[in-house]
Structure formats: C-alpha cells, structure tokens
Design a protein around this ligand. Structure first.
Ligand SMILES: [Zn+2]
Length: 213
C-alpha cells in the first residue's frame, strides 16, 4: 500500500478518492514537482500546489495523450478522448474524476448535485499490519463482507474521504476465487462502492452510456 505524497498516511486506491501525480506531468525544477506520487484527493485539493498540478495535467492530457478539452466551466476542465469512449474531468484545485464504460453491478443514483456511479472491482491489497489483514479476513469469512469505512478508520484515514456519499455502504466482498491470493499481509477480494460525478460532467457520462437513466 502506498503512502500519500502529501500527508504520508496510507492511500486506499478507491476510484475518485486518490490521485496519481505522475512525475512526467511536472516541470522538474518547479517546487511542486516534489509532490509527485500517489496522494489522497482531499490532500491535493487543499494543497497550495493543487492548481499547478491541475495545469500540468491538463497540458499533458490535451497535448500528448490524445484528449481534447471539451468544457471549461466552474473550475472544472473536462477532457474527452479523441478515439476512445473516455473522459477525464480535472478540478482546478488538483483532484479529478473520470469515466469510461460502467460496471453493470447496481444502479446509478441521482443526488442533488450529481450522480453516484456503482463500482464493482477486484481489489488486491498488501499491507504490513497483520492485525488489520486478519480483521478484514475474519469479516469476509464470517459475514461475506467488510465495511470499507471501517477499513479507512483502522488505517487512520477516515477524514481523508472525498465525496462521503460515494462510500455509504461501501464494502469489500468475499470472492472464493480470490482467496488463493490471501497471505498474512495480502488481501484479495472485490470492492463495491460508488464514485461521484458532479452534475457538470454527468452529460459526458451519459454520452458514453446510452440507455443509462
Ligand atoms: Zn494524504
């Protein structure tokens, strides 16, 4: 498990909750380049260099990675891939949301300022704390699931959550096929949760997913 390049606490790689600040986005001599790495979305959003990373990412994606700028509004910049059904939306404070084809698990739900999109993905985790690993395993074996919010609390990062509604009822779910990858420091399971898309980007999501309400 990686540590946040800003606060040094663990990062759980849930879609919509973390950012990858790739070194190749950065101007190497700029002091903001020192933040390169994985970080919590909330950490970059409240960091003075968030806007610098926003500018670097928009520049990188729109010039050499095949995206074009489709919308700039309300501190958001939405980029759409020129050939693939994918979009990325970068917020000027440094965090982002993205979309491609949806999982078919669960339903989208409309909330007042956007859309909660269901995610159901394989989730592999290595961490040095054998007690935490044992606790999650016991929950998966006995109840078939383990609360992702409880996991975030055990890791000391419950206050790093971006878009809290996206993680209501979020859970790791037991999958017998993945149990073979378990070890004293290794977990493998499914993760079911939501990612939040603000209203401004919902039309882009719908254009990728015709037929979704
Ligand atoms: Zn952090």
């Amino acid at each position: 498990m990686n540590s946040c390049s800003i606060c040094d606490l663990p990062v759980l790689e849930l879609d919509g909750q973390f950012e990858n600040l790739e070194p190749y986005y950065a101007e190497p001599e700029h002091p903001a380049a020192a933040l390169a790495g994985e970080c919590h979305s909330t950490c970059i959003a409240s960091h003075a260099y968030g806007r610098i990373w926003f500018e670097w990412k928009v520049r990188n994606y729109s010039t050499i990675r095949g995206y074009r700028i489709a919308l700039e509004q309300d501190d958001w910049c939405v980029l759409v891939h020129k050939r693939h059904p994918e979009f990325l939306a970068f917020h000027a404070s440094g965090f982002s949301v993205g979309g491609d084809r949806p999982s078919r698990h669960g339903k989208e739900s409309v909330i007042n300022d956007g859309l909660l999109v269901p995610i159901d993905e394989e989730f592999n985790l290595r961490l040095n704390d054998v007690d935490i690993v044992a606790t999650v395993k016991a929950g998966l074996k006995e109840q078939g699931r383990y609360s992702i919010l409880s996991m975030l609390s055990m890791l000391g990062i419950a206050d790093r959550i971006k878009w809290p509604q996206a993680l209501n009822n979020a859970a790791f779910v037991f999958d017998k096929k993945l149990q073979r990858d378990w070890g004293s420091t290794d977990l493998a399971m499914r993760a079911r949760y939501h990612k939040f898309l603000p209203a401004l980007v919902v039309p882009f999501w719908k254009s990728l997913n015709p037929g979704v309400a």
